[in-house]
Write a new protein. Structure first.
Length: 345
């Protein structure tokens, strides 16, 4: 249905503003922007901050520049709770500082692939966004330990943090992080190649609520570190150790004895693990459902060994499908251009 300016008075007489706002709250970004072009009154209604509590700009990657994020933040203000800028490589520190200042009730922020951002963005989030619970910094390669120190001081309600491929992070950054963010439930550290066992000791000491931990390709981690994690994080349900080639059955024994809630284990390319370790694991972890054992060359009679498990596994896989990691970036940028979208520019 197309409305003209002549319809506006009739619509507003029959449909009060509150009802229109309620209707608009169910519309997606593109539809809201199109509604904003119908008339001045509809522009005000469509772009009302209450309609923009959850925004995902992934489909507009090529259109999103800093000024778009700034304008959204000014319009949404305290209404905005969830924003995804995944893959928006044109967004940098300056616009995110404005965003943080305006959107102080943000709880869920996805900056996956925003490669321009630096520690400055994390300082802004720490200063203004104390309600943040979910933060994805995947592939933000300029992030350093200083960011984690800032986050720990200002974002103490954080429950989910993805630092995958932030390869400047070291044990010092992890220590600073977990001292302040003790309620972390999911911590993803894929590709943080400088992390050693001491970093896991810090997690053990402070993150007792941890449910999901991803250490994929943290090749310096040894059995000592995994044992420490198991002794302090008894609520673990999902653990990825793929690419941690130094691990032996000692890690599996620690999991079996300390983490009874374990459901998913990924251990691809852990070539020193054997049937004996997995047998003990299956017998003690009654909720175990899925495992990835790609290139675990010493595992041969596992299916026979698992017959003694309290319940059968639903999947012993040879490919990684890590839970809670968030969607990965595509191999190419999506290029969907909606003229209406430029009303936010």
């Amino acid at each position: 249905m197309v409305f003209s300016n002549n319809d506006e008075g009739l619509i507003n007489k029959k449909l009060p503003k509150e009802l229109l706002l309620r209707i608009f709250s169910f519309l997606d970004i593109v539809t809201l922007c199109r509604c904003a072009q119908i008339s001045k009154a509809w522009n005000i209604l469509a772009l009302d901050g209450s309609n923009w509590q959850r925004i995902d700009l992934f489909n507009f990657q090529t259109d999103v520049e800093g000024r778009v994020v700034e304008n959204i933040s000014k319009r949404c203000g305290g209404f905005l709770r969830k924003l995804s800028l995944r893959g928006c490589i044109g967004v940098g520190d300056s616009s995110l500082k404005t965003f943080a200042q305006n959107c102080r009730n943000i709880e869920h922020l996805n900056l996956n692939g925003c490669t321009k951002i630096t520690d400055s963005t994390c300082y802004s989030l720490s200063r203004f966004c104390s309600k943040l619970k979910h933060l994805d910094l995947t592939s933000c390669v300029s992030i350093t330990n200083s960011s984690l120190k800032g986050i720990s001081e200002g974002c103490r309600h954080l429950e989910y943090l993805n630092l995958s491929w932030c390869d400047q992070i070291t044990k010092d950054g992890i220590e600073a992080l977990v001292r302040g963010c003790r309620g972390l439930r999911a911590l993803l550290l894929r590709g943080c190649t400088q992390l050693e066992d001491e970093a896991l000791k810090h997690i053990q000491n402070y993150c007792h609520e941890l449910v999901s931990l991803n250490l994929q390709s943290c090749s310096r981690v040894t059995d000592e570190g995994v044992v420490q994690i198991c002794r302090g994080c008894h609520r673990l349900q999902a653990l990825c150790l793929s690419g941690c080639g130094n691990l032996t059955d000692a890690s599996l024994t620690a999991l079996a004895l300390n983490c009874p809630r374990l459901q998913i284990l990924e251990a691809a390319r852990c070539s020193h693990l054997t049937d004996a370790g997995f047998t003990l694991l299956a017998r003690n972890c009654h909720d175990l459902e899925k495992m990835d054992l790609e290139e675990c060359i010493l595992v041969s009679g596992l299916l026979t060994a698992l017959q003694g498990a309290p319940q059968p596994l639903t999947g012993v896989t040879r490919d990684a499908n890590w839970p809670l990691s968030g969607p990965s970036l595509p191999q190419h940028n999506r290029q969907h251009t909606h003229p209406a979208f430029h009303s936010l520019s």
